[in-house]
Design a protein. Structure first.
Length: 275
C-alpha cells in the first residue's frame, strides 16, 4: 500500500541516508573508518610488542648484571682483592670506551702488592644487531634491528717502567651484525698516527693486526713466545697503553675462567721484551 509513495532514484540507487553517509562518489565513510580502526589496532599492537620486548631485555640485562656483581664479589673476597661495585673512573675505562656505544663498567676488583698491581672488570657495550623472527614456512627471517649487548671480561696489569704503546687484535671477517670478532675495543688514543707494526713473521702479520704510534719501538715487544701464542690462538686481543697491559675477552663473566685470564695476563707481561 505504501509502495507507490516510496521514491527511488533508480533501481540501483542507494537510499538517501546511505547516500549521505557515502559522501558523494567516494567509498563509504563507515568502510574508511573501519579500515583506519584496523590500522590503529595494528600500530598499537606493534608498539606494545616492542615495549614488552624492551622490558624483557632490560630485565634480562639487569638480572645478568646482578649475577655478575655477586659472582665477582665472591671471587675477589676469596682472593683478597678489593671489590668495587658500579662504574669506574680510570684511564683504562676511558680507553676501552673509545668508539663503543653505551660502554659500561658494571663492577671491578683491584689488587696491589709489590709483585702485582692489577684490575679486573666486568663490562658491556652495545652494537646494532638484526632481529630474527619465525616466518610462515617454519624458518626464520630478518625483522629490523635491535641493540645487542656485548659482554667483556677485562684484566689490566699496571706495569712499572716505561713502555711503548701497542694494540694487537686478530684479523677476522665481519659477521652478520657488522662488528669484528673480537670487537675493536680499547683502540689506542694517541695524538700521533697509529701505524702498522710488522713482526717479520709472515703468518703472524697476516692473521694479526698490530698498531702503534711508535712502530719501531713496539716491534721489539713481540717476542717469539707471543707470536706463537697468537698463532696457536692462545692470545687474542690486547693492548699496552700508558703502562697498562689490557686483555679483554668477549664473553659473559665466568668466575672459574678469571684465574686463567689473570694468569694469561701475567704470562704475557713476562713474555714482553723489555724496551
Amino acid at each position: 500500500m505504501f509502495g507507490a509513495n516510496v521514491v527511488w532514484a533508480n533501481a540501483t540507487s542507494l537510499p538517501a541516508g546511505l547516500l549521505a553517509l557515502r559522501g558523494g562518489g567516494g567509498p563509504p565513510v563507515g568502510l574508511v573508518a573501519a579500515g583506519f580502526g584496523v590500522f590503529v589496532v595494528i600500530v598499537v599492537a606493534i608498539i606494545a610488542a616492542g615495549v614488552r620486548d624492551r622490558r624483557r631485555r632490560w630485565r634480562a640485562a639487569a638480572a645478568k648484571v646482578a649475577w655478575c656483581t655477586e659472582a665477582l664479589y665472591g671471587w675477589s673476597t676469596a682472593r683478597g682483592w678489593r671489590f668495587h661495585p658500579g662504574e669506574a673512573t680510570a684511564p683504562w675505562r676511558d680507553r676501552l670506551a673509545v668508539g663503543n656505544r653505551g660502554f659500561t663498567v658494571h663492577c671491578s676488583a683491584s689488587y696491589r702488592s709489590p709483585e702485582l698491581a692489577a684490575t679486573v672488570a666486568i663490562c658491556s657495550y652495545q652494537v646494532q644487531g638484526t632481529r630474527i623472527v619465525p616466518d610462515q614456512s617454519g624458518g626464520t627471517q630478518r625483522s629490523g634491528s635491535v641493540k645487542v649487548p656485548v659482554w667483556l671480561t677485562v684484566v689490566i696489569l699496571h706495569l712499572p717502567g716505561a713502555w711503548p704503546n701497542l694494540h694487537v687484535r686478530r684479523h677476522e671477517p665481519l659477521v652478520d651484525d657488522g662488528r669484528w670478532l673480537p670487537a675493536r675495543f680499547g683502540e689506542l688514543p694517541s695524538p700521533a698516527p697509529i701505524r702498522p707494526v710488522l713482526s717479520g713473521h709472515p703468518a703472524f702479520d697476516a692473521q694479526v693486526r698490530a698498531g702503534s704510534p711508535a712502530p719501531e719501538a713496539a716491534r721489539t715487544l713481540l717476542t717469539r713466545p707471543i707470536i706463537d701464542a697468537h698463532l696457536n690462538r692462545q692470545l687474542d686481543t690486547w693492548s699496552l697503553c700508558d703502562n697498562d697491559l689490557t686483555l679483554a675477552t668477549e664473553r659473559t663473566f665466568e668466575p672459574y675462567a678469571l684465574d686463567r685470564d689473570v694468569h694469561l695476563a701475567r704470562w704475557l707481561s713476562a713474555a714482553l721484551r723489555r724496551p
